[in-house]
Design a protein around this ligand. Sequence first.
Ligand code: HEC
Length: 121
Amino acid sequence: MSAVQFRPMKLWTAGAQKNWQLAGYQLELVRDSLTEAVALYTDIPVENITMVDPPIRSIERAIAARNSAAFSRAFAELTTGCNACHQSIGRGFIVMKVPAASPFSNQSFSPQGGKGNDARR
Ligand code: HEC
């Protein structure tokens, strides 16, 4: 789950800086790492896994619309979904929150003006 911890932070940082191209890319990585994490814990009920799907789709729409307010709202919903699953598996002490600042001082999150392909992989 440590990738599940830092990838949303990168997603949030990219979105906060309106770097929508990078945000779209990070969102795919968040999806991948959640899928991988969930595969490791086979006893998680399916409805817990799917509870983060709606917020992830909302984030996707916010990125496509380049809408900061919608992005922040959807990111908060995703965080609620993370915690809802932790609570439902008896790990309510693992509490995620929306990041206050990026700890990644070695990566620039500001938009790079059209470099690279759009985030679809
Ligand atoms: C489908 C259920 C589920 C969802 C959704 C989920 N997690 Fe977890 N999470 C787990 C499980 C299972 C563990 C491991 C608990 C254990 O082994 O004791 C865990 C543990 C963690 C940990 C503690 C591991 C560590 O190294 O400190 C963090 C941090 C974490 N999750 C972050 C997140 C974030 C961020 C999200 C949302 C993007 C998320 N999780 C969504 C089930 C989930």
